[in-house]
Design a protein around this ligand. Structure first.
Ligand code: NAP
Length: 278
């Protein structure tokens, strides 16, 4: 899709716009002529990204440093940006937790549910209503290949991505008649800070690794044409095999691969010892 400014309007809001996949979307949208609002916690990274984007693409960039998990943060963000009538919203801020479900701190689980589920749902509700009023707009959700089945050791993360996948597909159908395009992008492993900070040696897993720019390009090509997209052929096979296999098989397979790929020195901290039955 070439003229996204004409189709959706000038301004795009990107949560998680200072790094990784969100920043890649920022560059792709800037190249199409969109002005951007970048949202993340760290002001320094936001400023650095904004500087580059402005210099490379001659666009306007506004940065908003906020923790989206703070009380009322989605409403505050919406209030701060509603006057520019954002035509596109990319919901890329997200977090993960790795380890046996009972080994991960309860507040880490709750924060993840807030950032990965409640925040994007609230923002889609707030911006989506205005887009429907205007009869045009686009919302891009970031889910994951892990959202296509339960995944042991990242159980809460995978479940949050399943929520986003289902929510986005339903909203695609609900909002299409009102001129609003909703898309869920479900990347596999992508070279960003997120997997780099996980206690997992992903080289031990038989999965392909993509650059964030590929994810953003595939996403923007699919926006307006599809409800959901999985970048990469191998990832597509992983996502769609679930339709033909018994439901628990991919869950067991990913659980096995992930456990095998955990860094050895991290295992005692992340795994529960299995009590042997006599
Ligand atoms: N990378 C992968 O392999 C992969 C695969 C599948 C799906 N995904 C999904 O893609 C999305 C983007 O992931 P990524 O790999 O690009 O992550 P990333 O490189 O870690 O970037 C995350 C972005 O979100 C911001 N952020 C994190 N917590 C925030 C908070 N509480 N409030 C506001 N902003 C926050 C970060 O900036 P600050 O830290 O400064 O706040 C950063 O800009 C996520 O939803 C992730 O689940 C990633």
């Amino acid at each position: 899709m070439k003229d996204t400014v004409k189709k959706y309007g000038e301004w795009a809001v990107i949560t998680g716009g200072s790094a990784g996949i969100g920043l890649a979307f920022a560059h792709e949208l800037a190249a199409k002529g969109h002005n951007l609002v970048l949202v993340a916690r760290g002001q320094k990274a936001l400023d650095a990204s904004a500087l580059k984007l402005k210099a490379q693409h001659k666009i306007d960039v506004v940065t908003i440093a906020m923790d989206l998990t703070a009380v009322n943060a989605p409403s505050d963000l919406y209030e701060k940006t509603k006057d520019i009538a954002p035509g596109l919203v990319v919901l890329s801020a997200g977090s993960e937790t790795t380890g046996h479900f009972t080994k991960v701190a309860l507040n880490a689980h709750s924060n993840l549910i807030n950032l990965n589920i409640q925040v994007p749902a609230a923002l889609a509700r707030l911006y989506g209503a205005d887009m429907i009023q205007r009869g045009r707009g686009g919302i891009v959700f970031l889910s994951s290949l892990f959202g296509y089945q339960g995944v042991p050791l990242v159980a809460n993360y995978a479940a949050s991505q399943a929520y986003i996948l289902t929510l986005g597909e339903a909203l695609h159908v609900e909002m299409k008649p009102h001129g609003v395009d909703v898309l869920v992008v479900s990347p596999g492993l992508t070279k960003t800070n997120m997997p780099a900070q996980m206690p997992v040696d992903f080289w031990k897993m038989p999965i392909t690794k993509h650059q964030p720019v590929k994810v953003a390009r595939v996403g923007l090509r699919a926006l307006g044409r599809k409800a959901s997209v999985v970048p990469g052929y191998v990832n597509k096979v992983f996502a769609f095999e679930n339709r033909f296999l018994p439901r628990l098989w991919p869950t067991k397979m990913f659980g096995f691969l992930l456990k095998n790929a955990l860094y050895k020195d991290q295992k005692p901290k992340l795994l529960n010892a299995v009590a042997r039955r006599s």
